[in-house]
Design a protein around this ligand. Structure first.
Ligand SMILES: *Cc1c(COP(=O)(O)O)cnc(C)c1O
Length: 414
């Protein structure tokens, strides 16, 4: 079916809670995606870092198929032979005592919040119902009611109240403000090491180290949401490694399953995750054998293909390239590894539309930021092609209509 027809059907029958670029992707491989007409585009978003391993990675595909013909879902009412192995892999990769598997990122965040509240009661004698969790300004942790309730983004909240209490916001990047906000009822601080949705906001060097020290001194849990920053994106396996610290609780999702499945997890100590007793918390799909087999393969690809190292290397190359671009529209370029935000002095959407015309898919974030986050398996030559298109749109006046890149219309891919 033609892209235009599919877009019409989608608009007619689907809720309009997104405003996607009008590109209808039919298949994908590595860093490239193909639309219904066979045009190919370089993916510079990687499903918000869920496909760090590249689209349709063959090793993950194989693990998925093998598991899919054995058993896919048991529920946690019974045990399965894959989940224990995922637990052990996560332990070996991260050193955290225990993991609790969920599906979406938001569910894992909710799980971490529940663990922190219960831990606050058990370990700090905070009266139940009085536990307080500090969060950062400009945070993004998902879309459940509790989570949007402490978002600083008005649109995420408007019309969705009432919200649970017990959350307080402190400015992101300011460790002293965190110290001042702590009360005897504070049990945790939830923060992204680098804020992705807020526009790839990198906090001042030393921030996380100070935050970790403040949390330790005050006996509160440092919960890092590495759903987007983790698993190689910033040039380390986890973004916290840049500051030589360890959080008390680590939240993973997105690339944990390489795009084949929603898999998320909360990792922590025996003391923290030990607060959950049978019946306290659960999920029908969390930890199912198909998810576990896929996640194991997805983690193996990240390690075997040295994706964190690739991200560091290619990120440095991309950053150096972009710093040479002379554009009247660019306010700031920032990022870590192959995760770069280009802040403009105007809306970024027209630039993303223009990039699409040139065969590169990006999505604006926070109105004025172009986010570059290609799959970490991307070839250097492909990355250079994408960066060249970014340079061209930044140097041009995008309001001027321009011709299509001719090779695009005919290209059908490798
Ligand atoms: C994507 C994301 C989430 C939410 O994950 P979902 O799978 O969409 O629920 C939470 N935190 C961060 C930092 C994210 O990037």
């Amino acid at each position: 079916m033609l892209s235009a027809e599919l877009i019409e059907i989608e608009k007619r029958y689907g809720a309009h809670n997104y405003e996607p670029l009008d590109v209808v992707i039919e298949r994908a491989s590595g860093a490239w995606v193909y639309d219904s007409e066979g045009r190919r585009y370089l993916d510079f978003l990687a499903a918000y870092s869920a496909v760090n391993q590249g689209h349709c990675h063959p090793a993950i595909f194989q693990a998925m198929c093998r598991q899919a013909e054995k058993v896919t879902l048991t529920s946690r009412a019974f045990r399965n032979d894959q989940l224990p192995l995922l637990y052990r892999d996560l332990y070996e990769l991260t050193g955290f005592d225990m993991a609790l598997p969920m599906n979406s990122g938001a569910e894992a965040v909710e799980t971490a919040l529940k663990a922190a509240r219960k831990w606050g009661m058990a370990a700090k004698n905070i009266r139940d119902g009085q536990q307080e969790i500090l969060v950062a300004s400009n945070n993004f942790h998902g879309r459940t009611i509790a989570i949007v309730g402490f978002s600083s983004e008005e649109q995420y909240r408007e019309g969705f109240g009432p919200f649970p209490s017990g959350f307080r916001e402190v400015p992101f990047g300011n460790a002293e403000a965190l110290r001042r906000a702590i009360t005897p009822n504070t049990c945790a601080f939830l923060v992204e090491p680098i804020q992705g949705e807020a526009g790839i906001l990198v906090p001042p060097a030393g921030y996380l180290r100070e935050v970790a020290a403040i949390c330790r001194e005050n006996n509160i849990l440092l919960i890092l949401d590495e759903i987007q920053s983790g698993l190689g994106r910033t040039g380390k396996m986890f973004a916290y490694e840049h500051e030589g610290i360890r959080p008390d609780v680590l939240i993973l999702g997105k690339a944990l399953a390489g795009g084949y499945y929603p898999v998320s997890a909360v990792l922590s100590s025996n003391e923290v995750l030990g607060v959950f007793r049978p019946g306290d918390h659960g999920s029908t799909f969390g930890g199912n054998p198909l998810a576990s087999a896929i996640a194991r393969a997805a983690l193996r690809v990240i390690v075997d293909e040295k994706l964190p190292e690739r991200s560091a290397e290619l990120g440095e190359f991309a950053m150096a390239y972009l710093r040479r671009v002379r554009s009247p529209h660019v306010v700031e370029i920032r990022g870590k590894g192959l995760w770069i935000g280009i802040e403009l002095n105007r809306p970024a959407r027209p630039f993303c539309e223009e990039l699409k015309q040139r065969g590169v898919l990006c999505k604006e974030t926070h109105t004025s930021v172009i986010r570059l986050a290609p799959p970490l398996v991307i070839d250097k030559a492909d990355l250079e092609f994408g960066l060249e298109q970014v340079r061209a749109v930044l140097e041009e006046n995008v309001s001027e209509p321009r011709e299509r890149v001719p090779e695009l219309a005919e290209a059908t891919g490798p």
